[in-house]
Write a protein that binds this ligand. Structure first.
Ligand SMILES: CCCCC/C=C\C/C=C\CCCCCCCC(=O)SCCNC(=O)CCNC(=O)[C@H](O)C(C)(C)COP(=O)(O)OP(=O)(O)OC[C@H]1O[C@@H](n2cnc3c(N)ncnc32)[C@H](O)[C@@H]1OP(=O)(O)O
Ligand code: NDP
Length: 119
């Protein structure tokens, strides 16, 4: 796949700009400059940063996988060119359902209440 990409789009690597982020920090630890740049130029967000540890504390799991995702959604709402926000979730969501449709199901617990209970 990457060989084909390099053949067909030789300059593609130049489009990749790494910026530093920390999901546990306010504003995801992004510098003001990186935030401003993101607001102007990003059209697609792929969000796959998470903890995948089964024995993570509930507080850390919530911070990394729920609160940080909400923060990123808030940032994405300010991105002027945003077309798509893709969140890589997990195979383990809604596993109590026999059939899972491509819809957003109401959460079993109000996430705001869960976040409040951790604070
Ligand atoms: C196309 C056909 C498809 C057919 C599909 C069929 C069936 C599908 C079935 C399932 C589908 C699953 C799809 C998965 C996608 C979901 C996406 C996810 O996010 S799943 C999350 C995955 N997470 C993990 O695998 C992490 C698991 N590990 C942990 O949570 C923790 O490590 C732990 C096991 C709880 C242990 O924690 P502890 O603090 O006690 O120890 P360490 O973390 O330091 O680890 C100790 C030791 O174990 C090694 N380790 C840890 N995890 C794994 C692992 N998953 N596999 C192998 N080894 C592991 C770790 O490296 C350490 O080793 P060492 O001591 O040598 O350093
Ligand atoms: N792998 C798979 O088969 C599947 C994965 N998923 C989902 O995709 C997501 C990612 O999984 P996977 O790629 O396997 O996990 P990894 O652990 O390999 O990657 C997690 C990523 O999140 C980043 N990250 C973790 N903590 C922080 C933090 N505090 N601040 C900033 N970045 C952080 C890590 O950055 P760094 O490396 O710099 O620490 C890393 O790039 C999860 O939500 C998982 O459930 C869903 C289906 C299948």
């Amino acid at each position: 796949m990457f060989d084909r990409l390099r053949d067909e789009q030789p300059g593609c690597a130049e489009k990749v700009i790494a910026i530093s982020s920390e999901l546990t920090q306010p504003e995801l630890g992004l510098t003001k400059e990186d935030q401003d740049k993101s607001m102007e130029s990003i059209d697609i967000v792929f969000h796959g940063a998470a903890t995948i540890r089964f024995n993570e504390s509930l507080r850390d799991a919530m911070q990394l996988n729920v609160i940080a995702t909400r923060q990123l959604l808030h940032l994405a709402q300010k991105m002027k060119k945003l077309e798509v926000f893709v969140h890589v979730s997990t195979a383990y969501a809604n596993r109590d359902r026999k059939n899972t449709e491509e819809i957003v199901y109401p959460p079993p617990v109000d996430p705001r209440k869960l976040i409040e209970s951790l604070e």
